[in-house]
Write a protein that binds this ligand. Structure first.
Ligand code: AP5
Length: 224
């Protein structure tokens, strides 16, 4: 069981593999995956008030305003499943204002994992990424192609997954990366991993980090 309730933050550039690793982390540790990107895409799709405000920024590859994202995230963190199962933040915080908002709300982490991948690989990953609207599963036409022709035919591409927009997204990431790194660089909280490896190799490292950090916080409550 996951009585250790891990509190995890995963960070990294666009297409560094955050979502892919989160799927594996959830399977292993049963934590609540909170992806601000997924939440915003769902708001856009459902044409909610938030979605209508966020769409323009997202389509352009730009960050959505702190105010909108912070209130959306706080709302999600207040749901009971988060306290019950622990959390895995993906894509938040992305600015120092967002990191400060977490501090103010008393939201801390046992482990912060940052995935590092060279820019040219990130661009290749973005361009080949597709997702299945029926299952939500994320594929890559070269690195993890769909299992059948039927699935291949219904795959869709994100509006911000173009070579032009990934440049804007990378710039937004690098603009804030140093401030975020500084925030979590105290002690042994943050681990930087080479994300340019097989996804199972990356996950094996993450799994060890999460186990070690939770048993360090609470030695009697290790994850079995
Ligand atoms: P968000 O959804 O967070 O996008 P992102 O950070 O650009 O990250 P991605 O989803 O592109 O990539 P990923 O790291 O999850 O990679 P994945 O596993 O899919 O944000 C989107 C937008 O929302 C932002 O631009 C902004 O507008 C807004 N937003 C969100 N949060 C915000 C915030 N806090 N503040 C303000 N605005 C916010 O992998 C990518 C591809 O590579 C896939 O095809 C996958 O199959 C493949 N792949 C993965 N791992 C490997 C591997 N090890 N080897 C080979 N291929 C791999």
């Amino acid at each position: 069981g996951s009585s250790g309730n891990p509190r995890i933050l995963i960070s990294g550039a666009p297409a560094s593999g955050k979502g892919t690793q989160c799927e594996l982390i959830v399977e292993e540790f049963g934590v609540v995956h909170i992806s601000t990107g997924d939440m915003l895409r769902s708001a856009v799709k459902n044409k909610t008030e938030l979605g209508l405000k966020a769409k323009e920024f997202m389509d352009a590859g730009k960050l959505v305003t702190d105010e909108l994202v912070i209130s959306m995230l706080k709302e999600r963190l207040s749901q009971p499943d988060v306290a019950r199962n622990g959390y895995l933040l993906d894509g938040f915080p992305r600015t120092s204002a967002q990191a400060d908002a977490l501090d103010e709300a008393g939201v801390g982490f046992d482990a912060v994992v940052k995935l590092e991948v060279p820019d040219e690989v990130l661009v290749e990953r973005v361009i080949g990424r597709r997702s299945d609207p029926e299952t939500g599963k994320v594929y890559h036409m070269k690195f993890s192609p769909p299992e059948s022709e039927e699935i291949a035919e219904r795959l869709v591409q994100r509006s911000d997954d173009t070579e032009e927009k990934v440049k804007v997204r990378l710039n937004a990431f690098y603009e804030h990366a140093a401030a975020i790194d500084k925030k979590y660089s105290d002690g042994s909280l943050m681990t930087v991993l080479n994300g340019n490896r097989d996804k199972n190799e990356v996950f094996s490292d993450i799994s060890k980090i999460v186990r070690a950090s939770v048993s360090k916080r609470n030695p009697l409550n290790t994850i079995i």
